[in-house]
Design a protein around this ligand. Structure first.
Ligand SMILES: *[C@@H]1O[C@H](CO)[C@@H](O)[C@H](O)[C@H]1NC(C)=O
Ligand SMILES: *[C@@H]1O[C@H](CO)[C@@H](O)[C@H](O)[C@H]1NC(C)=O
Ligand SMILES: *[C@@H]1O[C@H](CO)[C@@H](O)[C@H](O)[C@H]1NC(C)=O
Ligand SMILES: *[C@@H]1O[C@H](CO)[C@@H](O)[C@H](O)[C@H]1NC(C)=O
Length: 685
């Protein structure tokens, strides 16, 4: 079982090898060095002129180098074609002529026989030829050996027709319908030919039909004329011959199936294939689809560049030639059911195109506006920076200029720790330092140079009782100020917290007063430039975790340019406001002294000064003090204990001096600080 299979496979392989081998052998058979034309006519292989130039049976002679004839005959070849496999050859007519002296007898005849087909390459085309018989009262027929379906040895196959004439007018030009001319189809498979006639008495018609004729001719190559009843007896007629590769005479190779097994397979070109012959046995070769040329020679079949022939191979899109075919596609964005037959149209309907374009346009616009907004924002940031004196401050050593983004995460509701005339205060951490960021109400800050100068001055103030200004952010409309953060909050909160008031000893209170006075005094007298506070009050005295006071918002009043200028630049909390300043509108260091007097009052009474309350705290205190030179009953009960009254009275006295309506009678901050320091020392030996 497996042995036979092995044998079979082996045989197959051998066969394949054989075919390859014969293919190469055929290479030597290609008409290299052979004459390929004769008298202007192409002689394609397997035809050829001369020895070794053609396949056996396809030899052509070139007579006088002028006209081709089938080799071994005088039959002129007028047409040769590889695909379709046909040729056209001039064949003689057959005839018989009657003896004019004795019209019942034949004077002469010719049967038109030809030996054109020794190797069986040709068959007379039954589809393209007809048999014509000319003459009055004659029956003409052809007889021949027929290769297929008959004995090969005898002419025993007949076809013919009868032509009759009543008189000399029976035959008419252009009409071959039985009067003077008849015609008939012929069967396939005819390999050769011979004409014959039945003889009828021509006595009465010798003057218009002395001869009978019979011939094969291409269906379209002959039209009957009455004059042809006197036809030239040497005339030849073009006859189509079908040819095929049959190699060994008549029936050795019957089909492509046999060809595959035979020697000298003719279809040697790549991209060629075998087709069974349509007339008789054997086969023909054709180039495969999309190729053209000669399949009977190696590499004879070449690719057709379909794109070069738009008429034969239409393409309404982009044409691309491929091996054996071509691609026809629409350009990107276009479509067609079949671009070979239908024009390409845009893929999207116009409406969709427009809306797609519109969406694209909107996206671009959005993007551009985004860029514009970002740019504008950047420009605005830069503008603010410049407007707020950024270039000036860049040179200041102690001032850090914060970017808007540095402070962004601090400026949120949860970090809000205070709100006041200046604006909002947020607490947060920048560069690992606890800071308080003061964000002013819009438009409430001085113009650039002034602001910048003020910031520079303050940044130079470094004192333990002054809240230090760390830096600022100029990239916003109203610049923000960044201060050190003081943990315990303001004195105001601690003194007047509504719920859960912390106990606050007299020592602490005296210390707060003393240290606050030192801070104010420093600013008034000791700093490079005299800086007035303008808004001294417990809310602006911040306490650290050791109750050390730090004055905040120094000079803020000068930074603030209230929109309402008519009020005479009165800035600050009315409850602590120097009445003289209120009258004259001129802020001096004595105004701060007055305000500090109120602060001392709050420290010793733990009551809140209130302008809306008609300044009751200050008025009451001054009234009582006026009468009794002391105000013992007004002191905070918590600290008004035996032994401390002397100190409290001193404090009350100092406060009254500060509150003096005669400005000149008020002590300076330096005096106040000095006296408080002495009082403080007496407390702490
Ligand atoms: C034609 O017929 C005549 C009369 O019978 C005869 O003499 C003559 O030989 C014939 N011609 C030929 C070519 O047979
Ligand atoms: C015979 O007719 C065919 C087809 O019409 C034509 O191609 C060919 O040239 C004709 N042959 C001659 C010799 O006129
Ligand atoms: C016909 O051919 C023959 C032989 O080839 C020749 O002798 C004869 O003169 C020719 N006839 C005509 C009319 O050409
Ligand atoms: C062709 O015929 C000859 C003689 O009849 C024979 O020897 C030869 O094998 C045949 N060739 C083919 C391919 O059939």
């Amino acid at each position: 079982m497996s042995a036979s299979l092995f044998f079979f496979v082996h045989a197959l392989l051998l066969l394949l090898l054989l075919r390859v081998a014969t293919g190469t052998e055929s290479l030597t058979m290609t008409p290299a060095g052979c004459e390929t034309t004769c008298g202007g006519m192409d002689i394609p292989y397997p035809f050829g002129i001369g020895t070794g130039c053609s396949r056996k049976g396809f030899e052509i002679n070139c007579v006088n180098n002028n006209f081709p004839v089938l080799a071994g005959t005088s039959l002129r070849v007028v047409h040769l074609s590889v695909d379709p496999a046909e040729s056209q050859v001039m064949l003689p007519v057959g005839w018989q002529c009657f003896n004019a002296s004795d019209p019942s007898t034949i004077e002469d005849w010719r049967d038109g026989e030809m030996e054109m087909n020794k190797d069986g390459a040709y068959r007379i085309s039954n589809t393209q030829n007809k048999l014509f018989v000319l003459g009055c009262n004659t029956m003409g027929y052809r007889e021949n050996k027929r290769a297929e379906g008959g004995s090969f040895d005898s002419n025993n196959h007949y076809t013919g027709c009868m032509s009759y004439c009543n008189d000399d007018k029976s035959a008419q030009d252009g009409l071959c319908a039985g009067a003077g001319c008849c015609h008939v189809d012929i069967p396939p498979g005819l390999t050769n030919n011979e004409f014959n006639f039945r003889m009828y008495d021509h006595s009465t018609m010798m003057d218009y039909s002395p001869c009978d004729y019979a011939f094969l001719v291409g269906r379209t190559n002959y039209t009957f004329q009455r004059s042809d009843l006197f036809m030239d007896k040497n005339r030849t007629m073009p006859v189509f011959l079908d040819w095929a590769i049959r190699d060994n005479g008549s029936s050795a190779i019957l089909s492509c199936a046999d060809a595959a097994k035979a020697d000298q397979y003719a279809c040697v070109s790549t991209r060629s294939s075998c087709f069974n012959a349509k007339n008789g046995p054997g086969y023909n070769c054709k180039c495969s689809k999309g190729h053209q040329g000669n399949p009977y020679i190696v590499d004879g079949c070449t690719n057709i560049d379909e794109c070069a022939d738009k008429v034969k191979y239409p393409c309404y899109g982009v044409c691309e030639d491929t091996q054996g075919s071509y691609k026809c596609t629409c350009q990107p964005g276009y479509r067609s059911n079949d671009p070979r037959t239908e024009h390409c149209t845009p893929k999207f309907p116009l409406g969709a195109q427009i809306s797609t374009g519109a969406i694209g346009g909107i996206l671009v616009l959005v993007f551009l506006s985004f860029i514009y907004v970002v740019r504008k924002e950047q420009r605005k940031t830069k503008d603010f920076y410049d407007k707020n004196g950024g270039p000036t401050l860049e040179n200041a050593r102690n001032i850090k200029l914060f970017k808007k983004d540095d402070l962004k995460r601090i400026l949120k509701r949860s970090n809000l720790v205070g709100k006041g005339g200046f604006g909002e205060v947020y607490k947060g951490i920048v560069d690992d330092v606890h800071v308080a960021v003061k964000k002013p109400i819009h438009g409430s800050v001085l113009a650039s140079e002034q602001f910048a100068n003020e910031v520079i001055i303050q940044s130079q103030v470094i004192h333990k009782n002054i809240v230090r200004l760390i830096g600022c952010c100029l990239e916003v409309d109203a610049p923000m100020l960044v201060y050190e953060f003081v943990s315990k909050g303001s004195l105001d909160d601690i003194l007047h917290k509504v719920d859960n008031k912390e106990p606050l000893s007299l020592d602490v209170r005296v210390n707060i007063a003393t240290e606050s006075a030192r801070g104010l005094s420093y600013m008034h007298a000791e700093a490079h430039t005299k800086i007035l506070h303008g808004d001294v009050k417990p809310a602006n005295i911040l306490l650290d975790d050791k109750f050390l006071p730090k004055i905040s918002d120094f000079g803020i009043s000068r930074l603030i340019a209230r929109e309402n200028q008519h009020t005479g630049n009165i800035i600050g909390d009315m409850s602590y406001m120097d009445p003289v300043y209120l009258q004259k509108g001129l802020l001096t260091e004595k105004s701060d002294v007055y305000s500090f007097g109120v602060v001392i009052l709050e420290l010793i009474t733990r009551q809140k000064a209130s302008y809306s309350d008609n300044n009751s705290l200050v008025r009451n205190f001054l009234e009582v003090y006026e009468k009794e030179k002391k105000a013992t009953e007004l002191f905070d009960k918590e600290i008004a204990v035996e032994g401390d009254f002397e100190l409290l009275d001193s404090l009350a006295g100092l406060s009254v001096e500060c509150l003096n309506l005669d400005v000149n009678q008020r002590p300076t901050m330096a005096d106040v600080a000095e006296r408080l320091l002495i009082l403080n020392r007496t407390r702490r030996p």
